[in-house]
Structure formats: C-alpha cells, structure tokens
Design a protein around this ligand. Structure first.
Ligand code: CP
Length: 327
C-alpha cells in the first residue's frame, strides 16, 4: 500500500493482517521488554503531521505511535493558521516543500474533501516515496478511524468476529466522516447495517449505492428507540453543527438522538456502544458507567492499530516473525 486515502482500499485480508499485528503490538506494549523491542523498529524514519482541523485522538495516537517505534516526527497542529495557507499557498505547493525534506510519511487532516488525494498526487507526480495518510478530509472519510473501529468490533464482540453482527450507525450521517468510512469498510463483511439519523442528516446515496453493489443488507430508521433492541453494535456520532449549512438544521436540538441510560436498557446485554469521539451531548456521561460503553476503550485501541499501520506501510515485517507466538 502506498497511501491510505479511503476505506474502500482495505481488503479483508489487509484488515485481518492489521488486526493480528495490532494484537501483537498491544501485548508487546504491556510486556516487559516489549516497548524496547518496538522502539528499535523505525529508528531514523520521519513522520510529518499537518492538521488543518483540530484533533486530539488521531494526532496524539499517531505521535505516540511514532515515539513507541523510535521514529522522529514534526507536527503542525493548526495548519490553517500556522502554515503558508494563510498567505495563499496552495496545498500542492506546501506538500511539495514538505516531502522534499525527506519525510517517510505525511499524516494530513484537512477541512476539504479530497485534500489527502491531492497530497498523494503531488508525491506520485514528483517521484517522492512519501506515504500520505488521510487523517480526515472534510465530511468525506477518516480511514484510519475505520481501522480502529473494526479492531474494536473484533475485540469487543462476543464472537470475536464482525461477520454476523447487526450494526447501528447513528447520528449525523450526512457529515460524519468516521461513520462514512466505517460503512464503506463494513461492506467487506457479512453484516446488517441500520442507519439511524434525523431526516435532514441521513446517510448519502454514494454509500447506499456502494452497499447495494456489494450486496450488504441495510435499512434506515429515524427513531433510535425502534432500532436499538436489534443491535449487536451501536456506533453513535455527534451532530456536526460546524459543517451544517442550512441554519434551520444547524440550530435544531435533535434531542431524540441523545442517548441516555434509558436507551441502554433497550440494548441487548452483550451489545456494545461505540463513538469515534469527541462527543457533545449525544451520549450522556451517565452511560460511561455501563460496561457496554466501549468508546474510551475504542479510542485507546487507536495506538496499537496505528503502530501496526505504520509498520505495515513502511514494510516492517519483523514484528510478526519475532512475536508470532504471542498473537
Ligand atoms: N476520532 C477522532 O478523529 O478524534 P480527533 O478529532 O480527536 O482526532
């Protein structure tokens, strides 16, 4: 794999390999001597993180992953204001400058859909071997989040499988790039998806067409209370007011979509609740006490998954060779 741009590029085989590697990494991180072993794997490699939108989880987990692997990294937290974009420099020019410094990887988050594709095109057109990782582009995709999410499903599901699950994806499905990327990735599995969203924020026709082409069973429902009892996994998302243009929709409260302990009573005993975070008020903090609330575990799975992804991208296979016994 050269670049990580969208979830449709991940095969089942790739996900299986990554989940296996992430499990090994997770064990190494908690084993005496494991962190030292990891720290030798990417010494001398350089990662640049260029974030034009805010991030805690994605940026910090990539930066921590770099530190765990002995990589160096350079990070721009608010590139919209602290980069030559402010003077009108194009994304293409900025990327061409950055990759010329010998970066092995650029992790980019941008407010425009397609920004990571444009960065990857610069690398390819000018012959740079730098790998571009899309860390979120507008309302389009967040492919590494979908890898974290699928790892969470493999880890939290009672069957340790994704096939056979009924997954609710709910909230602002028009704008949430994590929800969109997850829907694309779930098309690799034999799942049933129930999209639960207000009528103004339903899932896009591009996703529905893709699911139809891939023979994935899905339905749409406006009322969370009707759908929740059916789910093995609930993936809930924030209403992304900053991306909503219509003022009538932007200022609506959407209270029906705020999950509380009462909603948790509707869930199956072995179902679990995910959320890419950050949350606003769409999941009450009371819910955090319920062991089925998996969203903080989910965010912490981001570290082993992103370590495994960096190793895979940079062609480091020693991990599986050395530690196959621990998988
Ligand atoms: N889930 C996620 O992308 O979180 P951040 O915006 O904090 O990176």
């Amino acid at each position: 794999m050269t670049h990580v741009l969208r979830s449709q590029q991940f095969s089942r085989e790739f996900v299986t390999r990554l989940v296996c590697s992430a499990r090994i990494v997770s064990k190494l991180l908690s084993t005496s001597g494991g962190p030292v072993e990891l720290k030798s794997l990417l010494v001398g490699r350089i990662m640049g993180l260029v974030f034009y939108e805010s991030s805690i989880r994605t940026r910090w987990s990539f930066e921590t992953a770099a530190l765990c692997l002995g990589m160096n990294y350079i990070s721009t937290e608010d590139a919209a204001h602290f980069s030559p974009a402010l003077q009108g420099e194009t994304l293409e020019d900025t990327v061409r400058v950055l990759v010329g410094y010998g970066l092995d990887i650029i992790v980019m988050r941008h407010y425009e859909g397609g920004a990571a594709d444009r960065a990857a095109k610069v690398c390819d057109d000018y012959g740079y071997s730098t790998h571009v990782i899309n860390a979120g582009d507008g309302s389009c995709q967040h492919p590494t989040q979908s890898l974290v999410d699928i790892y969470t499903m493999f880890t939290e599901s009672q069957t340790a499988e994704v096939d056979g699950l009924t997954v609710i994806i709910g909230g602002d499905l028009d704008h949430d790039r994590s929800a969109r990327s997850l829907a694309y990735l779930l098309a690799r599995y034999k799942v049933k998806i129930i999209f639960v969203a207000p009528p103004a924020l339903r899932i896009g026709s591009d996703i529905k067409s893709y699911l139809e082409e891939h023979h994935v069973e899905f339905s749409e429902e406006d009322d969370p209370e009707k759908a929740l009892p059916e789910a093995d996994v609930v993936y809930w998302t924030r209403i992304q007011r900053e991306r909503i243009i219509d003022p009538q929709v932007k200022h609506r409260t959407f209270e029906t979509y705020n999950l509380s302990l009462e909603h948790m009573k509707l869930l199956k005993p072995k179902a679990f609740l995910m959320h890419p975070l950050p949350r606003a008020n769409e999941i009450s903090t009371d819910v955090d006490r319920d062991p089925r609330a998996a969203y903080f575990r989910q965010t912490h799975y981001g570290l082993p998954v992103r370590i495994a992804l960096l190793l895979d991208l940079l062609g480091v296979c020693e991990l599986r060779g050395i530690r196959a016994d621990t998988a």
